[in-house]
Design a protein. Structure first.
Lengths: 270, 241, 270, 241
């Protein structure tokens, strides 16, 4: 396979405005934050962010004006820091559209894209106002006429996944929780891996069963140590509560947030 | 007097059965504690599932985020959230813990939004975090146990403003009482020690049939209290209060 | 979790006649042959065998009168021993119904069962006589009206999977090729693992990422060393060409096959 | 004179491009050899995919079954067959090798059955092995290369008795010639060395426009022959003949 190593700047430069962008990880864990910050530095806009459950990643992209839609099941800091204020006000003020999902319906949409079919039946929403609000439709089983909700395919233009180890071919190892990262890889048109560590691919031969993402499905590999910070990266670093606490305190006013962004993101080298 | 942070997880644990599969999602410290408590007390063969993809983790310390790698410790296998949703969708998940910003008489929950002017759901008055997996899990899991650390008429409403989902709700555990769904409606099953039945009525948004004869939630036993201290020595669950 | 260890006899005794039985492995590799032989010894009949690509397993079950239907994409010995004669004559003589599939359509049916939906759209059969022959129907995407084939759910009553290592909880490790075994596990009502080796579950804790099948999805665990023989088991033993050659030579007449069965299966201890 | 077991894999290898993803299924020794040959000759970055779930395996010896663990050797990752079907279904598989017991003028193949009395497909006259993944792969892979070690009018028929599948057939490689699909129909592109054009016509079930001016398949080069001996020193591919 060809060498896919590139810089974070070059990989992110290929993300077009208005792209559908799937972000790996879940809530405060193994989100591809180095790439998220670079999206902000490159002043992307109009992105539709796809995620099952997001936190800092989605919140800051909404605050920075990068996201214009969020397709997810949950956006929040769990019980750790209360609501995602930037996301919340962006939605309430009409700057961001919340495409409400049930996590599983995001998965269903990604499955449809992975499998090259226009929709995926999903056993969800049986007793919910979400389908009406979002325009989700039912489909009848052609054998039994039983009705089930159909999720339209979600085909991200790019999936960005943070992994523990990657080689130049794009093979990636994730230790601990996988979340829905592999499904995002298969569903997306283009895949960027950011990796804590770049390793010689030969080291994967001893235990290919441990490779989570197969290189032929990956387009770009970026070396990004601590690339999930302030989120956790299983076995390497924990959630940075102090950093997030400081961030959270600066999301109460636009001015404070601008200052925080300029100090922690815009001027930062990645 | 027993406080809610002690009683609620103990009551939640009592509802769990040995051998069943039990799932909690994001933002679920009390279910995390309740499951570990039940495994220690009466349900050692309970299968503990969560978003990290672990099975029966043995955390060295309890995390504040319930998706934390700490909940992956000592697991012997790894699945994805997709696998857990599938499990529920095909009818094989026994029990799920879920919650709601609003919970109504029929056990419907709202985790999505408070609609804006004219009922606008796309420009809501309040955007809530979202139901996470609730709208998939609650209608398909064999039963759902709801919990909430606040019991007032803004939370326990006659009818949710937006129905994130209804489903197979079995019990609701609150700081005041345990509600049980009977014929599709939530009824008070037991009132907690030291709680006045009038208070339960006043702080619930629909009419609940309670009086001084309503059964009382049993006090925590010494064994339960000791187990709770062992499971959550740092009182991590207090972040829910 | 409870202890799931049992004998092969007891595990297979729970398979009812007329059951839908999914068999792990692919062609001549890691098929659960110890269990297949036990199905024959217990004189099961009326089974509908589900497999993507089968060989000896399906062939012998057809010859022994255990299978009455086969839902698969391919049944044969690849180029190694020519046609699967027992399967072929059973179908030609009307003793076994061949439910023709495209491998991927078996997968689609198993996916539907896994996901608790009545059917699964599948991007296959666009230019094929198979749907008409098998009664596969199309379904229209409720968003675009695009039509796609729908596979009815395939919900095996039991899946039988041969693994390298299992613990008493039902956790299973498969080295090398996984084939569609994990999907069979999730689709089936009941799961039997046969394992080369029973290990202490504590040994899986060091690398849970290597566990292929999670114990809570498994009902029975059987210790079956060389349980895939004469098929291969990655890293432990190769295809037994001599055994299969002898078998193949005995499939040309019913009488020879009966003799072979009685010598190699009926009288054998498992 | 170059024999088919030498020429066919070399011709198949020539059709492969550097960097593309190439898949073969069960019972495919010649594609296995052709892919390894192309990687050695002109397509080192070709991505070799097969049913074992390996990527770019480096087998220590060539197996007779093309699902053998030997084809998993030195892979750096593992996928399932499901992943490969999905890859094709979403339009990302570049090239697939498939075959047919019958192949017709339009590139349709039959791997399923010869119908019984009155066209009965459930009680067939001959039950064939089945198309494996063909009916999924051939319509969705960007292109399919068919191969067959026999070229006669029973194999190359005007119309298949049962259409297992049609699809994106690009080329067909046989012991006599290379056919290319042009405007939906297979035409002879080149005739192999030492093969008479009349023989190609006589042994093909539909009219093929060949004569002495039809281009010839180039002879194997010394480099190709040497590479073939290195890739398949034990002539495992002969089991296809």
């Amino acid at each position: 396979m060809r060498n896919k190593l590139t810089s974070l700047q070059d990989a992110i430069a290929l993300v077009s405005n208005d792209a559908v962008v799937a972000l790996g990880g879940n809530t405060l864990h193994r989100a591809p934050i180095a790439a998220v910050h670079e999206l902000i530095r490159q002043h992307k806009h109009g992105l539709n962010i796809v995620k099952t459950a997001g936190a800092y990643d989605v919140d800051i992209l909404c605050g920075a004006g990068v996201a214009s839609a969020v397709s997810a099941g949950f956006i929040g800091y769990e019980n750790v820091f209360g609501m995602a204020q930037l996301y919340r006000s962006a939605v309430e003020q009409g700057r961001v559209r919340a495409n409400e999902h049930a996590c599983y319906s995001v998965i269903a949409g990604l499955r449809a894209a992975t499998q090259g079919v226009p929709f995926m039946p999903v056993n969800a929403f049986a007793l919910s106002d979400v389908p009406l609000a979002q325009g989700y439709r039912k489909v009848a089983d052609p054998y039994s006429d039983e009705e089930v909700y159909a999720m339209p395919a979600i085909k991200p233009d790019v999936a960005i996944i943070h992994v523990h180890e990657a080689d130049a071919d794009g093979n990636g190892r994730i230790y601990g929780s996988l979340f829905e990262d592999v499904l995002m890889v298969t569903a997306a048109k283009r895949v960027i891996l950011t990796a804590e560590k770049i390793v010689d691919g030969a080291t994967f031969e001893a235990q290919p069963e441990l490779t989570s993402i197969s290189g032929f499905m990956v387009d770009h590999v970026v070396h990004a140590p601590r690339g999930a910070h302030p989120c956790s990266c299983h076995g390497i670093y924990d959630v940075d509560l102090a950093f997030l606490s400081d961030f959270s305190a600066h999301t109460q006013s636009p001015k404070q947030f601008e200052e925080w962004l300029s100090q922690h993101v815009s001027s930062a080298k990645c | 007097m027993v406080t809610s942070d002690v009683l609620i997880p103990i009551v939640m644990a009592r509802l769990l059965r040995n051998g069943e599969s039990v799932f909690h999602g994001v933002a679920s410290p009390l279910p995390m504690v309740a499951i570990l408590l039940a495994k220690k007390l009466h349900a050692p063969d309970l299968v503990y599932l969560n978003i990290t993809g672990s099975t029966d983790p043995v955390p060295a310390h309890l995390p504040r985020s319930t998706v934390d790698p700490a909940l992956f410790a000592h697991t012997r296998s790894r699945v994805t959230l997709t696998d857990l949703f599938d499990l529920s969708a095909r009818g094989k998940l026994d029990t799920a813990f879920l919650s709601g910003v609003q919970i109504d008489e029929h056990g419907n929950i709202n985790m999505s939004l408070i609609p804006g002017d004219g009922g606008d759901v796309h420009r809501p008055k309040v955007r809530l975090p979202g139901g996470a997996g609730s709208a998939a899990i609650m209608p398909t899991a064999k039963r759902t146990i709801l919990w909430r650390t606040k019991h007032d008429a803004r939370t326990f409403v006659e009818r949710v403003t937006f129905r994130t989902t209804g489903g197979n709700v079995d019990r609701v555990v609150t700081p005041l009482c345990v509600l049980k769904r009977v014929n599709g409606a939530l009824e008070v099953e037991t009132i907690h020690p030291d709680v006045d039945s009038e208070q339960v009525r006043a702080q619930t948004g629909w009419y609940v049939d309670v009086d001084e004869r309503t059964p009382r939630t049993p006090e925590p036993s010494d064994e339960e209290l000791r187990a709770l201290r062992e499971v959550d020595p740092d009182d991590v669950r207090l972040i829910e209060f």
